[in-house]
Design a protein around this ligand. Structure first.
Ligand SMILES: [Zn+2]
Length: 329
């Protein structure tokens, strides 16, 4: 459904300032106020194969994910288990269909499973019905492999924007309890400085849905993205540690995100040449270099964070596994 009413609802929801939620940002006022809870942080992993996503983005053609996603996910899982940590693993449907045993392994290790789309298509590039079909197929694949229902969704590249106000309706219709796709800081590729920094409830035509935004911290008039992905890899670890202390001062659990491939130092040049051709690979060489920058530091940085703080999946941290809708709003 695209229309003024839906767009207004989206705007109201994303700022967390609907008629019933004035002052939400200044402090949560319900009995479920996070101030009363011991602070633990949320860890999330977008499970995708870097090589096949690059091929899809450059050629617009779907190719199966490679075994690298299995290898990298297993390494990351071992690291988490070593530190008794839990994460939400937002899995691409194509990964769940290709490697169901990997999803079973995650589920068996008491990890939370979520959905990250089927082929890593940006939500704003899809029609409402194509989005519904893609998410339904991905949800089925993950649930069948995991043997339990999934509650959460994260859009590829945080691509739920005000161009797709129907997205939350579709997610609620398909039975999701929450979404974690809004990036509340403007960057070159995504994000929105007007979005709420805290979780908020969205009323859809199929009941309420909770949005759990990614982490950003306020510094004067600016909002700084932090806690995961390129921000963990490219910036010194001191930046992430500072950002997490800022979040803790505000009693805001961090929502850290990363990808299994960010631990992978191997580079399958032959695969990319076969799939893209040498000319195309040369064209995207700068992007490849940036993707590989500091990958060798990811494990040590993650190990540091895991040893200093307690991490759980999003549903557990924000108490979304039992009730549908935000318990705080
Ligand atoms: Zn992704």
């Amino acid at each position: 459904m695209v229309g003024d009413e839906a767009r207004r609802r989206f705007q109201s929801a994303k700022t967390g300032r609907g008629p019933a939620e004035e002052g939400f940002e200044e402090g949560l006022k319900s009995p479920c106020d996070l101030n009363s809870l011991p602070l633990q942080h949320a860890l999330s992993v977008d499970v995708e194969d870097w090589s096949n996503v690059v091929v899809f983005q450059q050629r617009g053609q779907f190719v199966p994910p490679t075994e690298a996603v299995v290898r990298n996910t297993e390494i990351l899982l071992e690291l988490l288990l070593e530190h008794k940590a839990q994460a939400t693993w937002f899995v691409l449907g194509e990964v769940a269909e290709s490697f169901p045993y990997l999803i079973r392994r995650l589920a068996g290790a008491d990890q939370e499973l979520g959905v990250h789309g089927f082929h890593h298509e940006y939500v704003w590039s899809l029609s409402e019905s194509a989005f519904r079909d893609s998410i339904r197929r991905a949800k089925n694949a993950v649930e069948q492999a995991a043997g339990k229902p999934v509650l959460g969704h994260r859009a590829p590249a945080f691509s739920i924007t005000n161009q797709v106000p129907w997205a939350f309706d579709v997610l609620a219709e398909l039975g999701f309890h929450y979404d974690s796709s809004v990036f509340p800081a403007k960057t070159r590729r995504y994000g929105d400085n007007g979005a709420s920094l805290r979780p908020y409830q969205i009323q859809t035509h199929y009941g309420s849905l909770t949005e759990v935004p990614l982490s950003a911290v306020k510094l004067g008039p600016w909002r700084l993205p932090c806690c995961g992905g390129g921000y963990l890899r490219h910036f010194p670890l001191a930046y992430t540690r500072w950002a997490m202390r800022m979040l803790e001062r505000e009693q805001r659990p961090a929502v850290v995100y990363l990808h299994p491939y960010e631990l992978d130092l191997s580079f399958d040049r032959d695969y990319l040449i076969r799939q893209l051709g040498m000319e195309k690979l040369t064209e995207v060489w700068w992007r490849v270099r940036m993707q590989y920058r500091n990958r060798g530091k990811t494990v040590a940085r993650l190990r540091h964070l895991l040893s200093k703080r307690r991490f759980e999946g999003i549903a557990r941290v924000f108490h979304l596994d039992e009730v549908r809708g935000c318990p705080y709003a």
